[in-house]
Design a protein around this ligand. Structure first.
Ligand code: AHR
Length: 312
């Protein structure tokens, strides 16, 4: 008792560890699983209790999870929003409960920006632009028909990666997007949609490149290209986004040409911003931007080893 009293009087009482609820989308891609893993590690490093709810790619499950986190009175809520719209009601509930909300890796459309504290994400329009600029340079004025595998319908990253790529192609009339459809960010859907593109485009002979909004769909597409008797990486070039180990393996096999790297560590910067807020009220910037770097086959081995070391 004496010790407790002394501690209280000296103002040295240990603060309870922070509790964060994370509404994760699911495990649709290798990148997503890595993000979940890295988030747990980053929480552990800082002594934060992280509660993760897997939404199985459904917004309604995310909304339920957020309501449950509010009821539990967590210190903050992290959300990787599956789609960009439809968040205002539940975020208003979080705001009324005075729980700060951080968005991870995707952004949302709300008319009141005070409904969330900050977003940690890359500039996904820029990612699409980097992928498009690479293809424009690679083709050097030659005619090229591109097929596009879009991410989840309504996801900010799918909309933005589409826009950024189209922006890059605006300067290159030789390159045309001949087909574009969602593969929902999954390997199996990417393969299925690519198979239909190949059938529709003279058994793939009319396709010069595939642009996939993530590596998993690109890996599915590579499989479809091979099954059609064509060579991915040469007869059909492959460019995508994420930087997962399997795409680097594909690069090493000559089956993928370029990927824009997206860090799976979105939670780390969000935890740091939260800790600073709790310590002295420091308000984080609204958009905490992570880097997007183009990786080509010459750097694939190094990137592969690095990602494996990160625990991918
Ligand atoms: O929001 C990030 C995207 O979501 C990743 O690029 C993709 O792999 C994931 O499913």
């Amino acid at each position: 008792l004496a010790a407790a009293v002394a501690t209280a009087f000296c103002g040295m009482a240990q603060a309870a560890p922070l509790v964060v609820g994370f509404s994760q989308i699911g495990s649709e891609s290798g990148w997503r699983s890595a993000e979940t893993k890295v988030s747990k590690l980053e929480a552990e490093k800082r002594g934060i209790t992280l509660k993760i709810a897997d939404a199985q790619q459904k917004q309604e499950n995310q909304i339920k999870a957020i309501r449950s986190f509010i009821a539990q009175g967590v210190d903050a809520i992290f959300i990787a929003p599956v789609v960009a719209t439809g968040w205002a009601p539940v975020l208003t509930e979080a705001k009324e409960a005075k729980i700060p909300v951080f968005l991870l890796d995707r952004t949302i459309e709300v008319s009141d920006p005070s409904l969330y504290t900050a977003a940690v994400a890359s500039d996904s329009v820029h990612e699409g632009k980097v992928a498009g600029d690479w293809l424009v340079k690679e083709e050097g004025g030659k005619p090229c028909n591109v097929v596009e595998l879009q991410g989840t319908v309504g996801a900010s990253v799918a909309l933005n990666r589409k826009k950024g790529f189209a922006d890059a192609l605006a300067a290159a009339p030789n390159i045309k997007i001949v087909r574009s459809q969602s593969g929902d960010f999954t390997r199996s859907k990417g393969k299925e949609v690519m198979e239909s593109f190949i059938k529709a485009e003279q058994n793939g002979k009319n396709i010069c490149a595939v642009y996939a909004h993530n590596d998993d769909m690109a890996i599915g597409a590579i499989q479809a290209i091979k099954e059609a008797g064509l060579k991915p990486g040469s007869q059909i070039k492959v460019v995508s986004i994420d930087g997962v180990p399997d795409i680097y393996k594909a690069m090493l096999n000559g089956e993928s040409n370029a990927s824009v790297e997206l860090t799976p560590n979105m939670a780390g910067p969000a935890f740091d911003a939260l800790i600073a807020m709790k310590k002295d009220g420091t308000q984080p910037p609204k958009f905490i931007q992570t880097k997007s770097t183009l990786v080509l086959p010459d750097a694939a081995q190094k990137q592969y080893d690095m990602k494996k070391d990160m625990g991918y």
